[in-house]
Each structure stands twice: as structure tokens, then as C-alpha cells.
Design a protein around this ligand. Structure first.
Ligand SMILES: [Zn+2]
Length: 67
């Protein structure tokens, strides 16, 4: 396994999540990359300080740190 590639990828997705959270917080519409469905932010997660952004079909489900 190439760990450097893995690190790079997870850091990129971290920034992607941050941008996504910013957009959702501003009330912008964010679409799923796969099905183009509109992502909704669900704040009723078991863990406080976390939200889940997901599309209607469920192919995108991103856990966001809100704290
Ligand atoms: Zn989707």
C-alpha cells in the first residue's frame, strides 16, 4: 500500500469537507457528485458536534465536524 498517496487523498477530502460545510452553512445548494441529488445536512447524529451531509439516494454520506 502506498501510504503517501493515502495521506494526500484524506487531506484533500478533509478540505473538500470543509468547503462543503461552508457552503451548507451559508445555505448554498450542494449536489452529489454521483447522482446530482441535493445534499441535505442532518444534525441529528448520535455524536454531538457532528453532522451528516447526505444525498437522497445515499451514495454520498459525509460526516462533518461542526465544532
Ligand atoms: Zn448521490
Amino acid at each position: 500500500m502506498d501510504f503517501s498517496a493515502l495521506t494526500k487523498k484524506s487531506s484533500a477530502s478533509f478540505n473538500q469537507h470543509k468547503n462543503l460545510l461552508k457552503k451548507l452553512a451559508k445555505g448554498n445548494t450542494v449536489k452529489c457528485e454521483k447522482c446530482q441529488g441535493i445534499l441535505t445536512l442532518d444534525l441529528k447524529t448520535p455524536k454531538p458536534g457532528q453532522g451528516v451531509a447526505k444525498c437522497p439516494k445515499g451514495c454520498t454520506e459525509i460526516v462533518l465536524e461542526l465544532g
